[in-house]
Design a protein around this ligand. Sequence first.
Ligand SMILES: Cc1cc2nc3c(=O)[nH]c(=O)nc-3n(C[C@H](O)[C@H](O)[C@H](O)COP(=O)(O)OP(=O)(O)OC[C@H]3O[C@@H](n4cnc5c(N)ncnc54)[C@H](O)[C@@H]3O)c2cc1C
Length: 387
Amino acid sequence: MFTLLPLEDQEFKERCLQYARSVLAPLAKQLGDVNDVPEALRASLADSDIYGPLFPKAYGGTGLSAVRICLVRETIAGIYAPADTTFAMQGLGGYPIVLAGSESQKARYLPELAAGRRLSTFCLTEPEAGSDVSALQTEARDAGDHYVINGRKRFISNGYSADMGVLFARTPTSENPMALSAFIVEKDMTGWNVDWRIELMASHDIVEFEIKDLHVPKENLLGPPGAGFKLAMQTLDLMRMSVGAAAVGMAQTALDESMRYARKRVQFGRPIVDYQSTGFKLADMVTEIQAARSLVYLAAIKKDRADPSATLHSSIAKMYATEAAFRCIDQAVQIHGGMGVVKGATVERLYREIRPLRVYEGTTEIQKLIIANQLLKEAKKNEPLTP
Ligand SMILES: Cc1cc2nc3c(=O)[nH]c(=O)nc-3n(C[C@H](O)[C@H](O)[C@H](O)COP(=O)(O)OP(=O)(O)OC[C@H]3O[C@@H](n4cnc5c(N)ncnc54)[C@H](O)[C@@H]3O)c2cc1C
């Protein structure tokens, strides 16, 4: 698959691999389970220049590239999930600024994010608004030279460690009572009170927080008032297939571990890899991984070419890759027998880490809705007009 990519992308992948194996893997061993972004991880990611593909060259990046975003996530997710989350959040919190930021907003924030000097987050979900973004209740009131925001956000990744983020809130007007706007918020603004560090089944910096009279200067409004919904969807559209890439990386690690274990583990006088039932599991795993990887990079290439079908392919890739990776990792645990469920085993960790990927950035069911809608749209476009 990778040999089909342009040479520069293959070289980029090699650099990611080099970083993942020689720097990130030992660091992961040292840090273990975390529910924040430890200073050592923050510094390591910043030193690695890994954030480059999330940002345009003019603002300190190496040029926005969905393919390279996927290459990064595939390479690091199976090694250290907290590094993958930090990388993804830099994209989710940075891309709305790339898309809609004014020149001064871009100049102020993007080089900081590209260099990893600041960490970002993306604050959309609320207690009453998960899949249904239209149920958002957080509201921003126009108060002259600033907005006053009140509400509550839930399941915000990097919410504890981030220095800033993009926050979505209602800005109702008489013409559009449902209007949603996006704001750049900074952690030291008073009114951002993290009151619940949510503990997940796997390592993850994730919080719920109250927003109480958060004063945000007018200059921090991102894009025109009312542009928030479109901005949130466009951002998810870029990052969604990369969730699939992270899933592929996790599944690949599970396959590598299973190959190693199955060749070494002897039962009934033979390595278990000699049993057809193990071989079939490995065959299923590699097939699903290859299929998922192909869908992920197809979606990424389409996104980079601004192909109108990129939204459809991004949802297909996210849905298939996360579901397939879950199946593969489950098989890997089975191949490991009892050792697979021992706390601290790589496949046990992956079994916990893969699960949230089928939920965040749109559940599998929501991906199916998007895919069906896109198909219908396409079918209507191609229908001959009835007389
Ligand atoms: C690890 C993790 C990290 C996250 N990080 C962030 C973040 O950084 N920023 C952020 O804003 N959010 C974040 N989220 C929130 C995430 O996007 C939501 O959890 C997700 O969109 C689902 O919303 P919900 O949890 O409220 O589930 P619900 O929307 O309540 O869904 C519950 C169930 O109902 C199903 N369902 C809902 N509506 C429909 C429908 N119309 N048709 C069929 N089935 C339906 C869902 O598929 C699901 O199975 C994160 C979540 C997790 C778990």
